[in-house]
Ligand binder design. Structure first.
Ligand SMILES: *Cc1c(COP(=O)(O)O)cnc(C)c1O
Length: 448
């Protein structure tokens, strides 16, 4: 058994080094939700986060006019995608079951999946300060946090974060809206427009000529030396993780509204783009609590940055980065351009994630273009990472093996697949045009 495990590990490392797309089944995946009981966070954290966000909703509605229709709740739509389902698979592959899009590219306030977690963590900090200074009493009105007294208090504190772009946008925009000083440490892949947008909102942007882990480390160090500093630690934050997890409660409600059943006879497959792991990890954690063994979560990473696959496949022992297997994080998927996964997240999801697959940049642009063509939706390249998931599951030998192992063969026609589109609504038109042109070219090549 041990030999087989070692063999499997070296085989997957060889595949990763070659930069070829692959699907990895997680040998530690345990469908039994009882495995969640030994973790440092529980369903209570998910529910608490949801309740806190409800209390803050009136405040958020007053700060962000775009939240008026939802009464201050930051949530995205669940959209059926039947036309995309027909066109999406390459090489004549087929997808069994129904296809959906969870439209986080359109999440208000931040335009990406980072909105739920990032906003939640800054709200936790604001609440903590306000309570400590007697500006908020239990059961009080959270709109008081927009009062001149509260803003003056928040203005003494600096909220900082390290980011490849979107987490910085989320944290920077909510922190600035509440009156905090905000400081974002951007890694080398961060897009210019993301930095520009933050600066226009009064956020201090520090550009690092280095990768994501280094940008985070720089942010952490400078916040530690500031007595009025608060650092949002993307690699270790329980608050971020809890904030992300509320998506599961919202998705359950949306599936019910669409009369979509999720149970042993109706499996739910969810495909989540993964960077350091927090967003897809928090969502997976929430979904496993909500749907138990009926949900199967797969993470998607660029072939050049499969950091979570590497960490999970090496059972976190070696603390490997993708540089160790000869990769360079050379990808246009800036949101996923991470060399080393979060160990905290890896531990939280080790037995909950069904598998991880990798995707080439060419495929990201082709899928981004197809989505626009078939469904009229515009996303950024990172957000297209999960799109090859359903066809890999239904056609690739590793995917077929997963279906067999979990006795899902007869249930696939009643399955639902959700592609999680994690970012894009803020992408400037001239920037999007480049994605579109490249995607169109690649789509033609794919068909010829
Ligand atoms: C950050 C991000 C992700 C992944 O989230 P992590 O918490 O880094 O794993 C996916 N898609 C987009 C667009 C992102 O910005």
């Amino acid at each position: 058994m041990k030999n087989e495990a070692i063999y499997r590990k070296s085989a997957i490392f060889a595949k990763l080094s070659a930069g070829e797309p692959c699907l990895w089944r997680n040998p530690a995946f345990d469908p039994d939700p009882a495995t969640l009981q030994d973790l440092p966070l529980s369903m209570t954290h998910v529910v608490e986060a949801e309740q806190r966000l409800q209390k803050f909703a009136p405040l958020l509605e007053s700060l962000f006019p775009e939240l008026a229709p939802s009464g201050g709740i930051i949530e995205s739509r669940l959209l059926p995608a039947p036309d995309l389902k027909e066109k999406l698979p390459a090489n004549g592959a087929k997808i069994d079951g129904k296809l959906w899009i969870k439209a986080d590219h359109d999440l208000p306030v931040a335009g990406s999946v980072k909105a739920r977690g990032g906003v939640y963590e800054v709200l936790c900090f604001a609440e903590e300060l306000a309570v400590a200074h007697g500006l908020l009493v239990p059961g009080g009105d959270y709109r008081d946090l927009a009062s001149p007294e509260a803003r003056e208090l928040f203005g003494k504190y600096t909220v900082s974060v390290g980011s490849t772009g979107n987490l910085g946008l989320s944290i920077g925009l909510i922190a600035a809206a509440l009156g905090f000083q905000a400081c974002v440490h951007m890694s080398v892949e961060a897009k210019q427009w993301k930095k520009d947008r933050l600066r226009r909102n009064g956020v201090h942007v520090i550009e690092h000529d280095d990768d994501y882990s280094r940008a985070v480390a720089a942010g952490r160090a400078s916040a530690e030396s500031d007595p009025c500093g608060y650092f949002v630690d993307d690699e270790n934050s329980e608050r971020l993780f809890s904030g992300y997890s509320v998506a599961a409660l919202r998705l359950r409600q949306q599936l019910q509204q669409e009369n979509v059943r999720v149970d042993e006879e109706h499996p739910l497959f969810v495909y989540l783009p993964c960077g350091v792991g927090g967003a897809p990890g928090g969502i997976t954690f929430g979904l496993r609590h909500v749907f138990g063994s009926a949900v199967h979560c797969f993470f998607a990473e660029p072939v050049e940055a499969p950091c979570m696959l590497l960490t999970l496949a090496s059972a976190s022992e070696d603390d490997l980065s993708v540089y160790d297997v000869g990769l360079r994080v050379d990808t246009e998927a800036d949101g996923l351009a991470v060399a080393r996964a979060s160990k905290f997240v890896a531990q939280m999801i080790q037995s909950s994630v069904s598998g991880v697959f990798t995707v080439k940049d060419e495929r990201l642009f082709r899928d981004l273009y197809l989505l626009e063509k078939m469904e009229g939706i515009r996303i950024e390249p990172s957000a297209a990472a999960g799109f090859s998931g359903p066809e890999l599951l239904c056609n690739d030998p590793e995917g077929r093996r997963y279906i067999e192992d979990h006795k899902l063969e007869k249930k696939m026609s009643q399955a639902n697949h959700i592609l999680w589109t994690t970012g894009g609504s803020f992408v400037p038109a001239e920037e999007y045009k480049k994605f579109h042109e490249l995607g169109k070219k690649l789509q033609k090549q794919c068909n010829s």
